[in-house]
Design a protein around this ligand. Structure first.
Ligand SMILES: Nc1ncnc2c1ncn2[C@@H]1O[C@H](COP(=O)(O)OP(=O)(O)OP(=O)(O)O)[C@@H](O)[C@H]1O
Length: 775
């Protein structure tokens, strides 16, 4: 269409858009009124209280969904060719007309009837005659683009789009999405999900779905949309049991954190493995050797041995004072008690009662023999009742029980692990068959001063394993109560925030005064107090505090980074094994990470896991992937590289320099690149470079390679690729990750020689013709 002939499709779609937003506003107003009425209701009985709370949650969730749908509410339309000539309109949520409940104003993108929007192609039109893409901003239609699935013709109201006819669906919208400048937060892709992605998102497989795909193939996007899809399709089941999404680090979780809320789904728990053990914030750093050892299954025997070593025997001559006598606690008594406790096959702490019972029985018999034997013939003068009394008195004597329990103490996972790392003889005892160098890698000469640096991410699966061996519970009453109170406060604040924040800006003036009254009358603390007797926490929050929680579905992103020990921990959270696992074994950087999916899953589900592959790289233009693919070929020549969907004409360049910091700084200051720029370095050089850049006044983020995983930026300045390679045995994998983070531009700045795969990267045209030679 040209500017002279207005496109009649736009006003046509605007009429529908207005109707949909009008209905959304009515839904919002009704829900807000109901929520405020509910908040003001007093609940006299526990039953009324519980009812009030479930309504409160229902209305709060409903408002969250309505608010999330505000932006780009209506984006797709299908005109079907079947007998009905049905028109289906697709949006972020499903909306029924309130005048006529049977009229669907908008289909949820996850509804089965919406599916052809993502699948139809001219080759397989799925009964669709025409697919329309509607782009809106601030409740106004900006452009539409039609694909005629029968003729293959594309009519775009915005003629600036270069729609080249590649084998993708919703192409012009896709091109827009891929070229958009990055903001540092991932966005949803509901408008442009591709066929191979849709198949994974809607997979009905109830076991492990593994998604293998190169960088930028949309694995993370697919995983998040699968979570939204599963919550929609299995709402009852999953709202009770919860969905867990595991990511590699906090930056990554921050980066993806807005996608599900933007799809109206807030009940999902996002976590790293390091944060999955309640009350432990593992912020310590390990050497690569320690990471590899701690992730190895051999640690299982070490931990078992460490716990058994705490079930010890007394040295000769040990006594305890009781009733004026020195009672000997000899090895025979403890051995018998230990044998009974072990024969229960219960976890250490849970078997403690059995240990104590047997030990006290034996001790009572010893004492009875001593005080009740006839001087004449040694026969027992005490009755069974007397013996029972002695037994009861022994048990009530804190010195006696404390002495016995030294040989079967109450353990905590943290205590055992710290002792193991700090005590060389305990470490040696628990690591039979290990080399001294391996023990050295675990041994900690001095405990770090900062408490959260005391344990590392690799320690968390070990804590979890120990918790199982020990029978350690993390839900002691006082801790839970404290956490619950904090939670109630923040929920109360959220509820009040929603009351004020749920109106779109332009409706703010029309707020119902009664609703404002509710906010004015109740502050967060009062609201929380009213809920003190109840458990109104979300499933995700309850799951986070409970180590023994089992989820309905678990999604693991960057799954190649998980060690064997971490997988054991994850599998404990999901006994039904309904999982979506996404990753790329060519990007494995962790020293204990995976190189084969079969090796990871066969022990848990034999061959009941299904592999899907994603093949198109949506992120990186072909100018950059040319170099990345050479590195992939070095890592694994059998792995086919994903195909880059676009080329942008921006060739990567390499700048040789003696002074990396000032070269990077100059680049940042003098370039007018759009969007986000970051510097990627080896882990070992990141801090120094960050400091040097700050000194020369460069305002740019620096990502050490292990923190860059899963992220993307418009421009990446990669510093000294040779450092990445020499820093780690998986250095080429790290280089591959670094080369595939940019959506537009890659600049390599190096003071060391370039690795062979990048050696022919040209210098920038404007650069001084006689750059200083790399060392
Ligand atoms: N169908 C799509 N429509 C629009 N954008 C998409 C689509 N699929 C992927 N993208 C975009 O491509 C980029 C890469 O996606 P994503 O981060 O999910 O890839 P990945 O496979 O997880 O990459 P990595 O392995 O590097 O972590 C993101 O910006 C994502 O939004």
């Amino acid at each position: 269409m040209t500017a002279e002939t207005p496109d009649p499709r736009l006003p046509d779609e605007q009429i529908h858009l207005d109707a949909v937003y009008a209905r959304l506003d009515r839904m919002r107003a009704t829900t807000r009124r109901r929520l405020s009425e509910t908040l003001r209701e007093s609940a006299g009985t526990p039953q009324a209280l519980s009812e009030r709370e479930s309504y409160e949650r229902m209305y709060t969730d409903e408002l969250t969904k309505i608010d999330a749908a505000e932006h780009n509410l209506y984006f797709g339309r299908l005109d079907m060719i079947d007998d009905t000539e049905e028109v289906r309109r697709i949006g972020r949520i499903g909306i029924l007309d309130d005048d006529d409940r049977d009229t669907t104003l908008l289909l949820d993108w996850r509804a089965p009837l919406s599916r052809p929007f993502y699948l139809a192609t001219p080759a397989t039109p799925e009964d669709v005659e025409r697919r329309r893409h509607i782009r809106t901003r601030s409740r106004a239609v900006r452009s539409v683009s039609d694909e005629n699935l029968i003729s293959g013709e594309i009519v775009d109201s915005d003629s600036s789009h270069d729609v080249s006819g590649a084998n993708v669906v919703n192409e012009s919208a896709l091109v827009d999405a891929l070229n958009a400048a990055r903001t540092g937060e991932m966005t949803d892709i509901v408008e442009t999900i591709q066929r191979e992605q849709d198949e994974i998102i809607r997979s009905t497989h109830r076991g492990v779905v593994v998604v293998q795909g190169g960088p930028g193939t949309g694995k993370t996007a697919v995983a998040l949309h699968r979570a939204a899809y599963l919550l929609y399709t299995h709402r009852d089941l999953l709202s009770r049991s919860g969905v867990l999404i595991l990511g590699p680090n906090e930056d990554f979780l921050q980066y993806i954190g807005q996608v599900l809320p933007s799809l109206g789904e807030t009940g999902v728990l996002l976590s790293t493995v390091a944060d999955l053990f309640p009350d432990v914030r593992a912020r310590g750093r390990d050497t690569r050797e320690a990471v590899a050892l701690k992730g190895d299954q051999r640690m299982l025997n070490v931990l078992r041995a460490a716990v058994r070593a705490r079930e010890s025997l007394p040295t000769a001559g040990l006594t305890t004072r009781f009733d004026g006598y020195d009672l000997p606690i000899d090895a025979e008594i403890v051995k018998a008690a230990r044998a009974d406790a072990r024969s229960t096959r219960r976890a250490h702490n849970l078997a403690q009662r059995t240990f104590l019972r047997t030990a006290l029985d034996r001790l009572a018999a010893v004492h009875a023999r001593r005080i009740g034997s006839s001087q004449l013939d040694g026969s027992q003068l005490l009755t069974a009742g007397d013996l029972d009394d002695i037994r009861v008195e022994l048990e009530a004597d804190p010195d006696v029980t404390a002495t016995l329990l030294e040989f079967w103490p109450t353990l905590t996972p943290q205590g055992v692990l710290r002792d193991l790392y700090d005590d060389p003889s305990f470490l040696r005892k628990s690591t039979r068959g290990w080399t001294d160098a391996e023990r050295d890698a675990l041994y900690r000469k001095a405990r770090p001063l900062r408490e959260d640096a005391d344990l590392s991410a690799s320690d968390v699966p070990l804590l979890d394993e120990l918790a199982e061996l020990i029978g350690y519970r993390t839900d002691e009453a006082d801790r839970v109560n404290r956490a619950r109170w904090r939670q109630q406060l923040s929920e109360a604040q959220d509820a009040l925030d929603i009351l004020t924040g749920s109106a779109p800006q332009d409706l703010e003036d029309d707020l119902d005064p009664e609703i404002l009254m509710a906010y004015d009358l109740i502050d967060a603390e009062q609201l929380a107090e009213r809920q003190v007797h109840t458990a109104r926490r979300t499933t995700a929050e309850r799951a986070y505090e409970d180590r023994t929680w089992t989820f309905g579905h678990v999604i693991v992103d960057e799954a190649q980074e998980l060690s064997s020990m971490a997988w054991r921990m994850v599998m404990r959270r999901i006994p039904n094994r309904w999982m979506t696992v996404i990753g790329d074994t060519a990007q494995t950087g962790d020293a204990a990470g995976a190189t084969s999916w079969s090796e990871v899953f066969t022990p848990y589900v034999a061959n009941r896991w299904r592999l899907h592959e994603l093949t198109v790289n949506y992120r990186t233009p072909s100018e950059i992937t040319r170099y990345a693919n050479r590195v992939l070929d070095w890592i694994n020549p059998d792995q086919s590289p994903p195909t880059s969907l676009r080329s942008n004409g921006i060739e990567p360049v390499a700048i040789a320099t003696d002074d990396v910091a000032s070269t990077v700084s100059e680049l940042v200051v003098t370039s007018d690149w759009a969007g986000l720029t970051t510097v990627i370095t080896s882990d070992g050089t990141a801090d120094a470079l960050r400091g040097a850049l700050a000194d020369v006044g460069a305002d740019v983020t620096v990502h050490p390679i292990t923190a860059a995983k899963g992220l993307e930026f418009d421009t990446v300045i990669l510093v000294d690729p040779a450092d990445l390679i020499s820093e780690s045995p998986r250095g080429y994998n790290d280089l591959y990750v670094a080369l595939t983070r940019a959506t537009q531009r890659l600049v390599v700045v190096h003071s060391r020689a370039l690795p062979p795969d990048l050696a022919d990267m040209p210098a920038p045209p404007a650069q001084d013709s006689s750059p200083s030679a790399p060392k």
